[in-house]
Design a protein around this ligand. Structure first.
Ligand code: FO1
Length: 312
């Protein structure tokens, strides 16, 4: 069984490759919930939904979040009542949020609802929210604001300068059922090429999770989300400096300080291999730009063979 620490889009692409390399039923994704928000009274879980839609084959191909063949009739009608439209919810996507919100209101934990939703989309990979508790990634900015991650990323287009990233509610949260067990029992723990600051850190910050990754007998292998000093998507290059990390393949490995047995970088960052290896972490360079499922599958296989090499 393979446990994958996963954020949104980058993780979904990686998981699609991994499930082409091993049986999907062998994969458990521990997914970030710090991006989650409540809008129009509905609970929205962008990273869980992006992975579900990607693996379910129904993701919007250009956006890489939300649904394909989507319409926005409801969003248009909501604007009639003066609702802000900066966070676009499509009609098909709304059904997911309506179902999730109804089930949560009945008292079902997010982990149970997530399992219902992924099964409804025929996803065989087990998706676990890292916690069933409410946590929220908050972005503190130089001009003194405290923004929800989605306000920062979507409404402000990641323009404000970031001084601090906080996981509100993190200290009191507990790992969801099955999370620690998956990490401890895994044959390998993989860290997907997700945003280290707002996708992977919020997973590791849930009390007990970082400890489990340290403690597991399984090899821990991560994939650099930085390629040639740039990130493929998103805003990690603006957030890494805010947490004192270099925007480089070696810098992200250092940011995960001591958790890694192996680190996979892109061939464009071949110079990072020696730097990372000097820290005692086995490092290899391969194509990490997952433009298609074949490249993603080859990347996953490289991670698994590196895991076998470093397996204690
Ligand atoms: N990203 C945007 O840039 N604009 C949006 O309007 C938007 C809406 C949205 C709705 C549902 C959902 O699951 C994701 C959505 N995203 C949108 C993407 C989202 O901000 C990202 O997926 C993350 O949270 C980062 O991984």
């Amino acid at each position: 069984m393979y446990a994958v620490l996963a954020g949104g889009v980058g993780a979904a692409r990686f998981l699609r490759g991994l499930t082409a390399a091993v049986a999907p039923g062998e994969v458990v994704a521990v997914v970030n919930v710090g991006d989650d928000l409540t809008l129009h009274g509905l609970r929205i879980c962008p990273d869980l939904d992006s992975i579900t839609y990607w693996l379910g084959g129904v993701v919007h191909p250009e956006q890489q979040w939300g649904r394909a063949d989507e319409r926005h009739v409801v969003a248009g009608e909501l604007r009639r009542f003066g609702h802000e439209g900066w966070f676009t919810l499509g009609d098909r996507d709304l059904a997911t949020h309506l179902h999730r919100t109804a089930r949560l209101r009945e008292g079902a934990p997010l982990s149970a609802v997530t399992d219902e939703i992924r099964r409804a989309f025929g996803v065989e990979v087990r998706l676990l929210p890292v916690t069933d508790d409410r946590v929220e990634t908050r972005i503190r900015t130089r001009d003194g604001r405290d923004l929800h991650f989605q306000e920062y990323w979507v409404r402000e287009r990641a323009e404000p300068e970031v001084t601090e990233v906080v996981l509100a509610g993190g200290a009191d949260a507990e790992p969801a059922p099955g999370v620690v067990e998956a990490i401890l029992d895994a044959d390998a723990v993989l860290i997907a090429p997700s945003n280290p600051v707002v996708s992977i850190d919020p997973i590791l910050r849930i009390p007990g999770v970082r400890e489990a990754v340290h403690q597991t007998a399984a090899p821990v292998v991560g994939v650099s989300p930085v390629i040639g000093g740039r990130v493929v998507r998103g805003m990690a290059h603006r957030l890494l400096p805010a947490v004192g990390a270099q925007v480089s393949a070696a810098g992200v490995a250092a940011h995960y300080g001591g958790l890694l047995d192996g680190w996979v970088v892109d061939t464009r960052d071949g110079d990072a291999v020696a730097e990372v290896a000097a820290t005692g972490v086995r490092c290899l360079a391969t194509d990490t730009l997952m433009d298609d499922v074949e490249i993603a599958a080859a990347l996953a296989r490289s991670c698994l063979s590196l895991a076998a090499e470093v397996s204690p």
